[in-house]
Design a protein around this ligand. Structure first.
Ligand SMILES: C[S@@+](CC[C@H](N)C(=O)[O-])C[C@H]1O[C@@H](n2cnc3c(N)ncnc32)[C@H](O)[C@@H]1O
Length: 244
């Protein structure tokens, strides 16, 4: 929710009177943000839920500063994730894509509880090799996973236009103040494959706003995103919308 309401009359993406802005960092609940979006308005949604997953299962006891920052973050209960999925299903246009970041735990346990009753179907899986090694009782984690879902009707022809993206991608990231930030170049390639100039891309739990950065690398794409918390501190950024 913003101090400065955007005039959304005649906006093709947002409902009339919505108080969120395109192409800036909004600070509000992602479900409030999604509630402002018209049905079938978005070409792509990226969703990177804040669940405990692996961290819940593995109580290492020797957490460093980075892990403590992870625990301090706002967690999403299961029912909240389900409600995000219902909104995402509504705002995605037919044949639009949902890119869902998951950890090893959710990859193995499955996400069928989240997609139940939606028109979303899993169409692919991509592995991100972070290029650095993490923790693990048995193997040590080096990767995260991106489940690719599509809203019905399922099709690739005409809606996935870039055919050189491998399903294992290594990309190192520089620290931008958020422990969960995702790789900008990979996300840019995926947006290039699935969107056109004029399309809307949404990230309702945007963290470091890596998706906004990716969207703005491509001509004519519109971004809508929010997070509950402002990360990184420092001086105010011109891309920040005022929060209440
Ligand atoms: C895994 S991180 C996202 C990282 C992001 N993909 C990036 O590249 O930086 C999940 C984010 O969800 C935010 N979050 C938790 N509950 C939320 C909610 N109800 N609405 C919006 N954001 C929320 C957390 O503050 C956290 O920044």
């Amino acid at each position: 929710m913003l101090d400065t309401p955007t005039d959304c009359l005649d906006n093709p993406f947002l409902k009339d009177g919505s108080h969120v802005s395109l192409d800036v960092r909004n600070y509000c609940d992602g479900r409030v943000l999604l509630g402002c979006v018209r049905d079938d308005a978005a070409a792509v949604v990226f969703f990177d839920p804040q669940y405990r997953g692996v961290m819940d299962k593995m109580k290492y006891g020797n957490e460093g500063q980075r892990q403590r920052r992870r625990f301090e973050m706002e967690q999403m209960p299961e029912e909240m994730i389900v409600s995000f999925f219902q909104d995402i299903d509504r705002v995605l246009r037919p044949s639009g894509h949902l890119f869902l970041w998951v950890d090893k735990f959710h990859l193995c346990e499955g996400i069928s509880n989240w997609t139940m009753g939606t028109r979303l179907e899993i169409v692919d899986l991509l592995t991100w090799n972070k290029g650095k090694i993490g923790m693990g009782y048995r193997t040590r984690r080096k990767s995260e996973y991106l489940i690719i879902l599509q809203k019905a009707p399922k099709r690739a022809k005409g809606v996935w236009t870039k055919h050189n993206i491998p399903d294992v991608v290594e990309e190192k990231i520089s620290d931008r103040g958020h422990v969960h930030q995702k790789p900008v170049l990979l996300q840019t390639a995926l947006l290039e494959a699935t969107t056109n100039p004029g399309d809307l891309i949404i990230d309702p739990a945007a963290g470091s706003f890596s998706i906004m950065e990716a969207a703005h690398r491509l001509p004519g794409r519109h971004f809508l995103g929010s997070d509950l918390v402002k990360f990184g501190g420092g001086t105010p950024d011109p891309d920040d919308a005022a929060s209440v």
